[in-house]
Structure formats: structure tokens, C-alpha cells
Design a binder for this molecule. Sequence first.
Ligand SMILES: Cc1cc2nc3c(=O)[nH]c(=O)nc-3n(C[C@H](O)[C@H](O)[C@H](O)COP(=O)(O)OP(=O)(O)OC[C@H]3O[C@@H](n4cnc5c(N)ncnc54)[C@H](O)[C@@H]3O)c2cc1C
Length: 342
Amino acid sequence: MRAIVVGGGPVGLYAATLAALSGMDVTLFEARTGDGDKACGEGLMPLAVSALGAIGVEPRGRPFSGIRYLDATGKRQVRADIGCGLGVRRTELVRALREAALRTGVSTTHSRVSSVRQQDASVTVTAQDGRHDAEVVFGCDGLSSTVRRSAGLEAQAGKSRRYGLVAHYEVEPWSSDVEVYWGSGGEGYVTPVSEYEVGVALLGGPGASFDDRLDELPALRHRLEGSRRVGRSTGAGPLSRGATTPGRGRVMLVGDAAGYVDALTGEGLAVGFVGARLAVDAASTGAFEQYPSAWMQATRRTRWSTDTLVRSTQRRPLRRALLPMASMVPAAFARAVRAATS
Ligand SMILES: Cc1cc2nc3c(=O)[nH]c(=O)nc-3n(C[C@H](O)[C@H](O)[C@H](O)COP(=O)(O)OP(=O)(O)OC[C@H]3O[C@@H](n4cnc5c(N)ncnc54)[C@H](O)[C@@H]3O)c2cc1C
């Protein structure tokens, strides 16, 4: 079976590798050249780590075993044990996945895809370098997916206007957990990615610069004082976008293209990898129509708990009350976090 994967981010590379392993003849189209860097929190939850292990991908990173939530001053905190997570620099994750794709015979073309058109038994993909036919197309082209729009699967954008900004600091990680600093208008996520570097992702409303957002989280700003910021900072958003359905016929959306999962629970990549497996399984058995319901079922709990948490904590009183409430019942809070991240 000839397969085209649109998008060479982590989920596209993962899907391409799985498809090749299942015997498909795979071409991956990626619009950009370079190291694949992008605004991402870089925390791989246990499910994402085991999904990568299943195809022999073991990126270099720094293990973590918990998520620690702190208020903006750092005085109140509550921790949830989550198992074996891994902090990985985005460029390292893409490097390791590119190697796996190459090993399994995926051929990569650097060309932007502009449309997909579906016939009875094939799909035509138009890219900068011409037209290409395949029996299945995996649309893994991220938040602003062209495949989703072109296939008529774009959903109305959600009301939440969250944006993410990410920077890296040269500093020895001070915690073996991922830390989430909880501010009045947004959060700061700190993920150790090596012995000498942490990634800092700041999420919140539109308009503010990285430094403005950091000023709203004094405990985090204090932690980073005196450490060197390395590389350029990256941004993403608005983040709340998705599809009416994750697939129609031979066009299947996977990863952020199928629907963004807010960084609040750190499950974006895990959901993407699970979706990739379901899409490849459906395509390789010819049961294309089974993918949308399989995806909905497999991702329902994570999407529901993440959406509920994002929506409810956008209301100021609840947002303010979350950490005080959680620190009164830490065991119940830890159970709720584990349920959302497994
Ligand atoms: C601030 C922030 C923090 C986050 N933190 C975490 C975290 O800690 N843990 C976690 O698991 N998730 C996290 N996420 C979510 C995670 O980053 C995404 O779920 C993940 O990157 C999705 O991967 P993807 O491959 O689907 O999409 P992308 O990474 O967006 O990749 C899409 C690829 O498609 C290519 N492309 C786009 N259009 C075309 C086209 N027309 N033709 C060809 N190629 C195209 C792009 O160049 C890109 O390489 C975070 C997200 C944000 C914004």
C-alpha cells in the first residue's frame, strides 16, 4: 500500500515509521528544512515514552517521575507521582525519530503540501513539487493543518485563546520533577531536558512577551535569575483548534492536526502517538472507516479531563482556589493528575 504522510514533526515521523514497519511504501512530506525545533514543553509522559520504546526510539533526555504544582510565589505546592516520564529537547526527539524513519525505509521530500483530493480508491496530494497519488494519507501537519482544511474537516476554533512561549536556560535542574507554576492568568512549565538545561514553557492569553509572563511568576523568575537563556525563544498559538472528525475515508488526521490537547496535562505527544498507531492499524487492514471512532474512544478521557481543567481554571475564582484546594487533599489531587495522564 502506498502511503503519504504530511508533516515531519514527532507525530508524522512516528506514523511514517509505524506505517513502514507494517509494510507500506511511505513518503513523508515536510515543508521545513532544519532541526525541527518548535514551541513545546518537552515533557514526555510515561505513555509517550513507552510508545517510542515500542519502535526502538530512545531519545537522550532527563527522566522525571512527578509533576509538582506551585503557586506563583512558590510557597504552596502539591506533587503528583506519575511514573517514568522523560524530558527531551524537541530537536533531540525529532533527530531520534528521523533516524528511525530512515532505518525503516521512509522516503522524505521537503515540499509544502497545498491540498488533498480524495477519489474512490486513492488520494491525490498536491505539493510544491507536483502531484502524488497514494492509497492513504496521514495528515500530521500540526495545529494549522492544511490537510484538515483541504479535506473539509476543519472545526470552528474553540473560545480559549491560549498561546505558548518557550525558552531554554543553561542551569543544572533544581528538581527531578516537571514543575508547573500556577499564575493568575497562565502557567509556567519547567522541564529538565539534560543535566545542564531546562526548558521553560509559558502559557497564557495573547499579547504578552516571555519576560512579561515570567514577571507574573516571581518564584520561577527568581529560580532563573543568573542563568543564561540559550537559543531563540519560540511561540505557538492560538492553541485551541481541531477537526470535526479525525478522519474521512482514506484521509486520516493524527496529532495536533486531529485536535490540540492543551499542554496543561502534557499529553499532546502521547495522544499523537496513540492516534498514529490506530490510523496505521485501520489503514493496513483496509478498515479506514474505523479510525474516527477508535480515535474518539482511545483519547476521550485525556481530551475530556484536559478540556475541563482548562475551561474551569479560566474562571478566576476557581483558578485562585485550585492550589489551596489541592494542597488540602494532596492524595486525591495526585490521583486526579494520574488519571488525566495515563
Ligand atoms: C507551549 C507548548 C508546550 C507543550 N508541552 C508539551 C509537553 O510537555 N508534552 C507533550 O506531550 N506535548 C506538549 N505540547 C504539545 C505538543 O507540542 C504537540 O502535541 C506536538 O508537537 C504535536 O506534534 P505534531 O507532529 O502533531 O505537530 P507539529 O509538531 O506541529 O508538526 C507538524 C509538522 O508538519 C509540518 N507541516 C505543516 N504544514 C505542512 C504542509 N502543508 N506540508 C508539509 N508539512 C507541513 C510542520 O513544518 C511540522 O514539522 C506542548 C505544546 C505547546 C504549544
